[in-house]
Design a protein around this ligand. Structure first.
Ligand code: ARG
Length: 262
């Protein structure tokens, strides 16, 4: 989870996004700049994906979301390696703490047939776990396309990059205002990268207050207890003028449910 705020001036003055208050942070509170620490009990369905062939075999690779006892939704663009190299980690806020939480190997990967790597449309994959994570609450999919609207404030969770403003490989969250499709469609670069109102959620802070970042992809953007979207892409992270782009669940809910219920 990233936030880059007033790093230029060397002064760390930021709002804690979770409360959307304007409480200034100081250099004594580096952990709350942009994102805040999250517990796995508040987000039990938030899953870290590690990759044994990646640069950090037990560290973050991508995020994912537990939507059935044995099924995860993640980003299609995260699935660049063989299934056997991935491990799902649940209940482990600090990925270095291998005594906490539980893990499951990945037995199968389904990539959304409409996934387009050129424009990142349909950036969804469904992973089947080698064993179910029983006793862990799953999150429901948002099925209403109208849930994505300007002004609502979903929360994104992830173990991803913090640009040294938070601990590494540790679950964080940040409330990111839904800016509405028009905001991202007004950005020519984003239209060029493939932003689509029917497929994406545009969320974050135009002033660069905070954002999701590399390593958060595939992880949950949650509104009213439902999975609104998953982390997909952005230009840089927390760059002023460049919000986070999320893959919206509702327009794809039927396709995803059908695959999940197989
Ligand atoms: N593609 C990135 C990943 O693989 C996620 C990027 C999200 N970027 C952003 N600015 N919100 O982790």
């Amino acid at each position: 989870m990233l936030l880059r705020a007033a790093a230029i001036a060397g002064a760390l003055v930021l709002a804690t996004a979770a409360t959307a208050s304007a409480t200034p942070a100081t250099e004594d509170q580096p952990l709350i700049i942009g994102g805040t620490l999250a517990s796995t009990s508040e987000a039990p369905w938030a899953i870290a994906l590690t990759n044994s062939a990646g640069p950090a075999p037990t560290g973050r690779w991508c995020g994912a979301v537990l939507v059935r006892a044995n099924k995860l939704i993640t980003a299609a663009h995260c699935m660049t390696r063989p299934a056997g190299t991935y491990t799902a980690v649940q209940g482990r806020a600090d990925l270095r703490d291998r005594s906490s939480g539980q893990t499951a190997r990945i037995a199968g990967i389904w990539i959304h047939p409409g996934y387009n790597r050129a424009n990142n449309r349909n950036d969804f994959a469904i992973l089947t776990l080698a064993r179910p994570l029983t006793g862990v609450p799953v999150i429901r999919l948002e099925t209403n396309p109208k849930a994505d609207r300007k002004g609502v404030v979903p929360t994104v969770y992830g173990w991803g990059e913090t640009s040294d403003t938070g601990p590494d490989d540790t679950l964080q969250k940040i409330a990111v205002p839904d800016l509405g499709d028009a905001t991202c469609l007004a950005n020519k670069e984003y239209v060029g990268y493939g932003y689509a109102a029917s497929a994406n959620v545009c969320a974050g802070y135009l002033d660069g207050t905070g954002d999701s970042c590399q390593g958060d992809s595939g992880g949950p953007l949650v509104l009213n207890g439902r999975l609104l979207a998953t982390v997909s892409w952005g230009k840089g992270c927390a760059e002023p003028g460049y919000p986070g782009v999320y893959a919206e669940i509702a327009p794809n809910a039927k396709t995803l449910q059908t695959q999940l219920d197989k």
